[in-house]
Design a protein around this ligand. Sequence first.
Ligand code: TPP
Ligand code: SF4
Ligand code: MG
Length: 305
Amino acid sequence: MPTLEGVPPIPCTEECLLRPGNTNCGGCGMGVGLTMLGRALAEAGDTCTLAIPACCGIVTAGAFPTTSYGVPTVATTFASAAAVAAGIATIRDLNEERGQVICWAGDGGTYDIGIATLSAAAERNENIIYICYDNEIYGNTGGQRSSATPPGARTTTTPGGKSEDKKDIMAIMAAHQIPYAATLSIAHPEDFARKLRTAFSISGTRFLLMHSPCPTGWKSEPADSVELVRLAVASGLFSLYEVWNGRAWRINVEPDWTDPMEYFKRQRRFRDGEIDLQATERASRDRFQRLEVLAREFPYKTKEG
Ligand SMILES: Cc1ncc(C[n+]2csc(CCOP(=O)(O)OP(=O)(O)O)c2C)c(N)n1
Ligand code: SF4
Ligand SMILES: [Mg+2]
């Protein structure tokens, strides 16, 4: 990597996928996710090439000729991220090279703008890992709504609170019958690391959805980031589960049905009166009940049974 004359390079370890000097805001969940991904790769003795569309995740790499990424990284257009990753993976496999090809994309790039190439890659079962860090807004451009924004959240394009529901991207990806789809939370690091290990051990399209706190967009305290996503899991707003081949489900963490108000009141994107608490709780319980039915009727079975 080229360095500025006279400026010593910032020391980093093997596992440092995202180096110091990146431009992430304090408390950014995406940065924590990248650190956890780097650790998991290092522990698995693996490496990766990243394909990243327009989003905070590519801006954080910094300006040419320096970069805060410790691995080869290709910046793509929004619409082409999964196609670019698939191309890199195909060449890697033809050359019998090692390493994962990982598409690291935001919710805007995944749920909305890049969904056509993501769907096409999944349908062809391209040999890539696609990780969506879901901060539930177009964060990099000032916080516009995406189809991942939850109901009631105020964004610059939904100043009175969003009225539509959050798109169920996991159901869409499971319907592609890809080998593995799973949700991740930085508040559950062991579950997070285990799912990455699982993803590394499988080939074909693997899709991981990470709930990604964004203090700037969520109008929350940076120090609350991990606690917020922990509350989202505990209150049933974000569920941790895995799906194999679109045919077998496993729930990883049971919510204890903490009052979701604990989650909402710490974020100024939500306002009292703009959240229908009863409807929210009903929707969370209904979503989780459907997951329970799937996990009971179509359970994931290990080789041992
Ligand atoms: C085709 C296209 N439209 C719009 C933009 C401007 N743009 C750059 S980043 C961004 C927001 C991306 O949102 P998301 O994918 O959720 O990632 P985040 O910024 O939240 O990290 C937008 C709209 C662009 N670069 N290309
Ligand atoms: S805007 Fe949000 S996602 Fe983007 S760097 Fe800041 S905290 Fe992270
Ligand atoms: Mg986003």
